[in-house]
Design a protein around this ligand. Structure first.
Ligand code: GTR
Length: 436
């Protein structure tokens, strides 16, 4: 009797780590080992969130099982080398364009930069402020938007720059610094020797389902009436396009090291930052904060926000075709781990927040896990499903990082400090001592 009971106990213990997630795909199971010390959602936060949003799932045990598409299995068979990955990468990129974000038009016929203001002794003399108008011309039309950039005066050499796609009011990135916001803690970045920049999503494509074309999209398409093609680009792609134009400017500024530019975004801005990094391989680092559904979180993992809800509430963010996958996520040729894989072998930071279950922290972490086979092609170490770190304990693994922070849906000085710590490990490696 006792033996039977302990046998059952042993089986239950063995199954526990799997049952706790209830959702392991084949690949999850493979990457799983032990399960000590990992983050799990706080039951009190789960209870509160489920009460507020009873029609969404916040119960791990109720996440239906799913199987992710294999990023390394392309139309030409299994990818084994970096060279073969290039071809597979184009296939995946194309699938995201066709089914998720739509096709970005690339560079316009002309891009020019006009200095609106230059202030060499900003921030008490510690930084140079530049306000630049980025002017695009195409098919006889013009579009302009503003870039705010602070560069540290203490550095003589070209510096790495963090560029925020700002989805919040412009006061968060105030160039006068009369208003200071933890959403864009510019002084802290300057103090650590980084440049910091921002562009406003709304200037590139208004975040509005009716007016979203009145910016960069109109530059290319004019004002034709009627239906756009199902794979026409949406606002996320337009915001990403704007980030690329900002990078065009950085490449002309001798105080910026354009080979070390990080694109950063929070929430919808984080979704756009990931897409910017996928489309434009000049970005050396991508940091997505609480990007959730349509960002870092796995779409097939039904937890928090869903594809149906996001495409209903924000149809203008995506290509029209994406909505067709509502409730049919399993038929998507891609999932978000493949979006992350498109960034390989470049640096990638995914950040979550403990109270932001809508964005599905675990689903965001699992995307990093399942991008591992692609990073491995470049000699980068894997992140395993059982390695989700505890609260406020960032995991840095080679050129990838992840954390889940205490608190809610927001971009905070804590997040920025961790992004900079990560960048320090990548870009401030001590140069090998020269022989005496
Ligand atoms: C929410 C949306 C999320 C997230 C968020 C934000 O309403 O459902 O996907 O993007 O907005 O951008 O703050």
């Amino acid at each position: 009797m006792r033996t039977t009971r302990s046998l059952i106990g042993a089986i239950v213990m063995l199954l526990a780590p799997i049952g706790a997630w209830g959702v392991l795909s084949g690949a999850d199971r493979q990457l799983e080992g032990g399960a000590q010390g990992r983050w799990t959602a706080n039951p009190e936060i789960v209870r509160r969130t489920s009460e507020r949003q009873p029609s969404f799932n916040y119960d791990e045990a109720k996440v239906p099982s799913y199987t992710l598409p294999d990023p390394l299995l392309g139309s030409n068979g299994r990818v084994r080398t970096r060279e073969e990955w290039r071809r597979r990468r184009s296939e995946i990129l194309e699938a995201f364009r066709e089914h998720v974000h739509g096709r970005s038009p690339g560079r316009p016929e002309q891009v020019g930069f006009e200095t609106i203001e230059k202030q060499p002794r900003a921030m008490d003399g510690t930084a140079t402020l530049e306000r630049i108008a980025i002017v695009s011309r195409h098919a006889g039309r013009e579009h302009r938007f503003e870039l705010t950039l602070f560069l540290p005066n203490a550095r003589r050499e070209p510096v790495p720059v963090f560029l925020l796609l700002n989805n919040r009011p412009v006061s968060n990135t105030d160039p006068t610094r009369r208003e200071r916001s933890g959403f864009w803690p510019a002084e802290a970045l300057i103090a650590r020797g980084y440049g910091i920049a921002a562009i406003q999503n709304n200037d590139i494509a208004p975040d509005d389902k009716v007016r979203f074309r009145e910016g960069a999209i109109r530059l290319f398409e004019g004002d034709p009436g009627g239906q756009r093609p199902a794979s026409a680009w949406g606002a996320l792609a337009a915001w990403g396009w704007g980030a690329s134009r900002a990078l065009d400017y950085f490449a002309t500024n001798s105080r910026v090291d354009a080979s070390r530019v990080a694109v950063v975004g929070h929430s919808r801005g984080g979704k756009a930052a990931l897409w910017a990094g996928a489309e434009d391989e000049r970005f050396a680092l991508v940091a997505s904060n609480d990007s959730g559904e349509g960002g870092a979180a796995l779409t097939r993992r039904i937890y928090g926000e869903t594809l149906a809800r996001i495409t209903e509430a924000f149809p203008h963010w995506f290509a029209g075709s994406y909505q067709g996958f509502a409730g049919r996520e399993h038929t998507l040729p891609v999932d978000q781990h493949m979006l992350l894989a498109l960034i390989a072998p470049r640096a990638l930071y995914v950040a979550s927040a403990d109270e932001d279950l809508w964005a599905d922290p675990r689903g965001e972490f699992l995307s990093q896990v399942h991008a591992s086979p692609v990073y491995a092609l470049f000699g980068e170490p894997a992140i395993a499903a059982n390695e989700m770190p505890p609260l406020d304990r960032p995991l840095i693994r080679g050129r990838r990082a992840y954390h889940v922070r205490t608190g809610g849906h927001n971009l905070t000085p804590y997040d920025w400090d961790r992004f900079m710590d990560f960048a320090d490990t990548l870009w401030r490696r001590p140069t090998p001592a020269s022989p005496r």
